[in-house]
Design a protein around this ligand. Structure first.
Ligand SMILES: *Cc1c(COP(=O)(O)O)cnc(C)c1O
Length: 948
């Protein structure tokens, strides 16, 4: 055996363990288990054709070689992406720390107080910088955040506006080009009519419900939008502003001149550009919109003892609950990046941010003075960091600049835009001036001191911000390091124990896959550099796309979508474009099984489709008769079926080929939700089951860490007839020859983290990928075999086996007064994060162990659940003072001088021996969700701030 092969590190069960496990399952071999689990008519005949697996050591050399093919130019391109300084303390203690990057979305609040606090800091920072009342805890990028604003304002039109069918949305010509492209994509299916123009001359009419302007604008001018806002108000049109968050440290925030929504990116708050992402976008708005704001909001509430506790607020607004009535499909966001950006704010504080913003501005002013001395015309009279310079020949400037390793942005052949950033210094300004002097044949000028800029009073920020002490107390590295550690210790992550979240595939995120993310040759790449400068990235994309094509059996892949839900949206838009190309504009019915993830119906509605829900049988499978009936009924208008495979019930449905045929025969396309791809890779694939397009969650199946709720990558893979429609980008063209407009701001979405999946595929290779799938199925069936004597397992395949996950039913314990939540909270006392609660069936847990856990860990987890079963049996009916009802138990409770519960402290906190070795303490008692929703507080400021 090659002990240096990565598969042995990635996969948990050792050979001897696997032998014992198959005995428990009751099969003679792993091969038999797989044969009995996956229907034979969809099994792949051949092995995947992928390059040979690399060892970890070989991979690091390989990825270093590729990194060297990315050229590190100085980038002054701007357009929403800027070089920034990632504070070392944040890089090492968050970005490179599995305690942070392997955490799950904080649904289990009691073991997630650390990241909830970090996100609350982020929200506070954003709402105060923008001057708005509340902010969410991140969206995917600036373009999609602007689209969410457009949609939120559409949904919140006045009754008169709705009656008058006011569907026009004004977009300033000076909004970033990639944002405009995303708006076009998103506006069209919803019937929103975009009106482009100059905000100074635009005439509002009653048909206009909203508007978007950029602040500072694309070319760098800081406009005074006050009269524009006045005009909008006369027709009750609402104002969305895409703002550079850093500039708001010194510019009057949009909240103070009448904005209703402010969106943008927090990339320049210490997040590497990463050739386009991932970065956290922000969304800040007024309190009146709190029930329709997209994405997750962190709020303050109390725990069972009345102590302050945090949790995700107002979840009833989300697509998980509202499904086709949801106002947004956002699920995975950019939590890790929001945590980092928030920490950047904590580290620098308001004065540090002002210092950075002023430094940038003074350097820009210095450049401006130099340009004047060169005799060049600069167009912006009020600016923050960007100047727009008239030149004789932009091509010449480009040529000279590139010869000196510098990139600018060239909007026309006579304009050069230059954006200064946090990393810039006086010598950079001199280099820029040198380039322009040479290209324009002027006499060079040189500065040895900065010039100070004066912002006109009406654009100058006078209000204070970030006054909470959290933004004052952690400015030394020692203090910030300890603060980050303090928060980290409150959170249960994969570096403590298995997180067996069904549908979320929380597998190993190997250190070797993560290492290159810290390297400048990957991080310091602007997404709009000429493609020749990014050949390392381009090779990674090409190979990743080829591998994903091979794995899915499809023809082409787009890496652009930034999450699974964005992939769904992109895939449906591609289907729509295909139908349109066939003159089937009327096809708009999307069939979705009742058990589908909430993002499916939400995405379909956003794509302008009408959702028809199809039934499940009692066995949890798609009711084929019902499906056929509905497909037949709607055959003239059928656009697509969205189907998850294996199903969200953890079953390889044997009727899948029949199902996809039913759709095709009636002119529909089949969209496969690939969240469960971890049960397919190397054994079957979406093309084989008859799908036309699928998304993959690279942050599930392909080892990108969950990050506490993002980043994600949701590429779509498509059959040949759909390839021409894959999405493009307005600056760096991508996608097919009849590409739809952009679905994300960056051409290849969250490029930096695609490296992780690339490494995963490279190091596992054909055999390793297949082994991962096999072991995922083995582990799930082992848990099933251990639990099924004591618990009811809902649904299994025809031969009685699960796929890679299974649903455990707790509804029978309701009679004793036990809810599934009690079990979820009690698991915390046993050192475990609960599996997925109440999806896809209420009152159940869905367990997905993944291949990365070994038998010992699976056994501890099963022991915990079996012990909890005993606790349920032992307790009196409706006992509200049982360990289950009081769970989780905190250290404070256990060490208190008063212990008056009817069971021992040991039973409370150390119910099984293994826990003594490695105790994890929940930091608060059970949180009260309802209380927090009634008294919504979304910032870290004291309660008094909310009193009026
Ligand atoms: C995770 C998941 C999604 C959504 O993916 P995001 O990346 O969170 O947007 C969709 N469908 C299923 C079945 C999932 O498990």
């Amino acid at each position: 055996m090659k002990t240096d092969s990565f598969v042995l590190r990635h996969v948990g069960p050792r050979e001897n363990e696997a032998k014992e496990m198959i005995k428990t399952i009751g099969v003679s071999s792993v091969a038999e288990l797989i044969d009995k689990t996956i229907p034979s008519d969809i099994r792949l005949k051949n092995n995947l054709d992928l390059p040979k697996a690399m060892s970890e050591y070989e991979y690091i050399y390989h990825i270093q070689e590729l990194a060297n093919k990315n050229k590190l130019f100085k980038n002054y391109i701007g357009l929403g992406y800027h070089p920034t300084i990632v504070p070392g303390v944040i890089q090492r203690n968050i970005l490179e720390n599995p305690g942070w990057y392997t955490a799950y979305t904080p649904y289990q609040a009691e073991i997630a107080q650390g990241r909830l606090e970090a996100l609350l800091n982020f929200q506070t920072m954003v709402s105060e910088l923008t001057g708005m009342e509340l902010a969410n805890a991140s969206l995917l990028d600036e373009g999609t955040a602007a689209a969410e604003a457009m949609i939120m304002l559409l949904n919140n039109r006045t009754r008169e506006q709705k009656k008058a069918n006011a569907v026009q949305f004004f977009v300033s010509d000076e909004v970033l080009p990639q944002t405009i492209d995303v708006l076009k994509t998103r506006a069209f299916p919803l019937g929103v009519e975009l009106i482009f123009g100059n905000h100074n001359t635009f005439q509002f009419t009653e048909n206009v419900y909203g508007a978007l302007v950029q602040y500072p604008a694309k070319n760098g001018q800081v406009y005074d939008y006050e009269s524009f806002v006045e005009k909008a108000k006369t027709v009750n049109a609402k104002i969305a502003v895409a703002a550079d968050l850093l500039s708001l440290a010194i510019l009057t925030p949009p909240g103070e001149w009448g904005a209703d929504v402010v969106v943008g990116t927090t990339q320049r708050f210490g997040i590497p550009m990463g050739y386009g992402g991932p970065h956290a976008a922000y969304f800040a708005t007024k309190d009146e919109y709190k029930r329709t704001i997209p994405g997750r909001i962190i709020g303050v509430t109390v725990d069972k003892n009345g102590n302050r506790a945090l949790r995700m607020a107002l979840q009833t607004r989300e697509q998980h609950i509202k499904r086709e009535k949801a106002t947004s499909n956002i699920c995975t966001a950019q939590v890790l990046l929001a945590v980092m950006a928030g920490m950047y704010g904590v580290y620098h504080g308001p004065n540090g941010l002002k210092y950075i913003a002023n430094k940038i501005q003074n350097l820009t002013a210095t450049l401006n003075t130099g340009l004047q001395q060169l005799g060049l015309k600069q167009l912006n009279c009020v600016y923050f960091d960007t100047l727009s310079v008239e030149v004789a020949d932009a091509k010449k400037v480009k040529q000279v600049a590139e010869s000196k390793g510098v990139n600018f942005y060239y909007p026309t052949n006579n304009l050069v835009n230059i954006s200064i950033n946090e990393t810039s210094g006086l010598e950079d300004i001199n280099t820029i001036l040198e380039i322009l002097a040479e290209a324009e044949e002027k006499k060079a000028v040189n500065f040895n001191a900065e010039v100070e800029n004066v912002i006109p009073t009406n654009s100058k920020r006078t209000s204070t911000f970030m006054t909470n002490e959290v933004f004052e107390n952690y400015h030394s590295e020692t203090e910030l390091m300890r603060y980050i550690k303090k928060l980290e210790r409150k959170d249960l992550s994969l570096n403590h124990s298995m997180i067996s979240l069904g549908s979320c595939t929380m597998k190993l995120n190997a250190a070797t896959e993560m290492l290159p993310l810290s390297w400048p040759n990957w991080g310091v790449m602007h997404p709009f550099v000429p493609i020749e400068q990014a050949q390392g990235y381009q090779e990674v994309f090409k190979e990743t796309e080829a591998a994903l094509n091979e794995i899915t059996g499809f023809y082409a892949t787009s890496l652009q979508p930034n999450s699974g839900a964005q992939g769904e949206y992109a895939g449906l838009m591609v289907i729509k474009a295909f139908h349109d190309s066939q003159n089937n504009h009327h096809r708009n019915i999307c069939l979705i099984p009742a058990s589908a993830h909430g993002t499916n119906p939400a995405s379909a509605v956003m794509a302008g489709m009408e959702v028809i829900v199809t039934k499940s049988t009692d066995e949890g499978n798609i009711d084929v008769d019902d499906l056929r009936e509905k497909a037949e009924l709607h055959k003239d208008n059928l656009a697509a079926l969205m189907v998850t495979y294996p199903s969200t019930h953890g079953v390889f449905e044997s009727t899948i080929k029949e199902i996809t045929e039913i759709i095709h025969q009636r002119g529909g396309q089949v969209y496969m939700d690939g969240a469960n791809m971890n049960a397919q890779v190397g054994l079957t694939n979406p093309a084989t089951i008859g799908a036309d397009v699928c998304h993959l969650n690279l942050h599930k199946t392909f080892a990108i860490p969950h990050g506490g709720g993002g980043p994600g990558v949701g590429p779509i893979c498509v059959a040949k007839h759909l390839a021409p429609f894959l999405p493009s980008n307005p600056i760096i063209p991508t996608g097919g020859e009849n590409a739809i407009t952009a679905v994300s701001s960056a051409p290849w979405g969250s490029a930096l983290v695609i490296l992780i999946s690339y490494g995963y595929i490279k190091m596992l290779g054909t055999n390793g990928l297949k082994q991962a799938t096999i072991n995922a199925i083995l582990n799930a069936n082992y848990i099933k075999a251990r639990l099924e004597k004591e618990y009811k397992i809902l649904y299994s395949g025809e031969n009685g086996f699960a796929a890679h996950e299974m649903i455990v039913d707790f509804r029978e314990f309701k009679a004793k007064g036990i809810e599934v939540t009690d079990v979820a909270k009690r698991l915390m006392d046993y050192g475990y994060h609960a599996p997925t609660v109440s999806f896809p069936v209420a009152g159940t847990l869905m367990i997905e162990p993944t291949e990365s856990e070994n038998k010992a860990e699976l056994d501890r987890f099963c022991d915990a659940l079996l012990s909890i079963k005993n606790e349920i049996i032992e307790m009196a009916d409706n006992d509200t003072n049982s360990p289950l009802k009081n769970a989780p138990h905190t250290q404070e409770m256990l060490t208190s001088d008063n212990w008056d519960l009817p069971y021992s402290r040991e039973k409370a906190a150390f119910p099984l021996p293994y826990i003594k070795e490695n105790k994890f303490w929940p930091s608060v008692r059970r949180v009260d969700d309802a209380y927090g929703d009634r008294n919504l507080i979304c910032s870290c400021n004291p309660i008094e701030d909310y009193m009026n």
